[in-house]
Write a protein that binds this ligand. Structure first.
Ligand code: FES
Length: 370
């Protein structure tokens, strides 16, 4: 995409004047026709100027990518790292997710709220610090965790340590965090997030994995647990392995390949099982044709409904009195008399008259609906 083809609206022009060159560099990283995927780094780029995604930033992204502002807005409002209000120089994030919370993350956050006099996503009056509580910051082994501009700043934080850090930042100091490089401002961090190197001296540092992160490894070593055949010197392939033609030949032998001998394995066992089930079904069908052989479900239904056309045929089979047989004792007789099947879907013992009998005026309406 050539910049000579671009014209920006008055809303986008101020940012275009400053950011067009790096924006085009970002776009050039994407295949032709797929430039809209550059929206994420472009949104970070516009935050390098204003610290948040301004209406002008939305217009600039939309116009350079030739998409509409609603599409830019949908992305910018989805991710928490795109800010919608002016931010301070330092964004302090306190993890209040489960593990950090259990270990005191909420107290750390509350301590900062009290000390700074701001709440979530609010900025101190001097514009130096924006505070937020965050979901898991991916350092649970160091819980509770505090980051400044997305760099780990305090591991196993306490309210006192967090307040001390905030004061250092307000004094203009840039303390060295627990891990990684020196703390930078939020705008400087946006440059890195847009995909550009941070040129500051000491901006890049090798962070060593700490003891909590290595706890699993040290426990494994202590107890002699190892992965079989693991070799730390095994080279990681950087090119795609050659296609295994022999595997393809096995999978797809082609029309002229000789027939493979039948295998006795899972498939063969499954075929035998299916054959056995089919045999049983056929057997059952033959029994039905031959005589009075019923499914268990049919028998159960007959027991429930004494008016069924094929009633159960005797106590010897069912354990129940044969249909119409006299009760054996007076108590049983009384129970049977009081619990005659009601029919019409009513429960046994419901001897009330049908609605139509109780209310003749309803009869007509019932019949009309039939
Ligand atoms: S829960 Fe706080 S870093 Fe994971």
């Amino acid at each position: 995409m050539s910049d000579t083809t671009l014209e920006f609206s008055p809303a986008a022009a101020p940012l275009a004047d400053k950011l067009l060159a790096p924006a085009l560099e970002i776009l050039a990283r994407y295949p032709t026709g797929r430039e809209r995927s550059a929206l994420l780094p472009l949104l970070h780029l516009v935050q390098t100027e204003d610290g948040y995604v301004t209406p002008g930033g939305v217009a600039f992204c939309a116009e350079i990518l030739r998409i509409n502002k609603a599409q830019v807005g949908a992305v910018a409002t989805f991710y928490t790292m795109y800010k919608r209000r002016p931010t301070g120089d330092y964004l302090i994030s306190v993890c209040t997710n489960t593990l950090c919370n259990v270990l005191g993350g909420q107290e750390v956050y509350d301590g900062l709220v009290e000390h700074l006099g701001v709440g979530h996503d609010e900025t101190t009056a001097d514009g130096s610090i924006t505070l937020e509580h965050a979901e898991c910051l991916a350092a649970c082994d160091y819980a509770p965790v505090v980051t400044v501009n997305y760099d780990y700043a305090i591991d196993q934080a306490t309210p006192a340590a967090a307040v001390e850090l905030a004061e250092q930042l307000r004094r203009g100091e840039r303390p060295t965090p627990a891990r990684g490089s020196r703390i930078c401002t939020l705008k400087e961090m946006q440059i890195q997030l847009a995909g550009f190197a941070d040129e500051r001296e000491g901006a890049v540092a090798d962070g060593r994995a700490g003891a909590p992160s290595l706890r699993g490894v040290s426990l494994a070593q202590e107890h002699g647990v190892a992965v079989a055949d693991f070799n730390i010197d095994t080279a990681i392939p950087t090119t795609k392995p050659a296609r295994d033609e022999s595997a393809k030949a096995v999978k797809d032998p082609g029309p002229n390949a000789p027939a493979a001998p039948a295998k006795e394995g899972f498939v063969a066992k499954a075929a035998h099982a299916v054959k056995a089930v089919v045999g049983k079904v056929e057997e059952r069908v033959e029994h039905r044709k031959a005589g009075d052989v019923k499914d268990p479900e049919v028998r159960t239904a007959e027991h429930r409904n004494t008016t069924a056309s094929t009633p159960a045929t005797g106590a010897a089979k069912t354990g129940l009195p044969e249909s119409g047989a006299a009760p054996q004792n007076p108590a049983e007789s009384a129970g049977v008399a009081a619990n005659q099947p009601a029919g019409d879907g009513k429960p046994a013992g419901d001897s009330s008259a049908s609605p139509a009998a109780e209310n003749p005026s309803r009869k007509g309406s019932d019949e009309e609906t039939k």
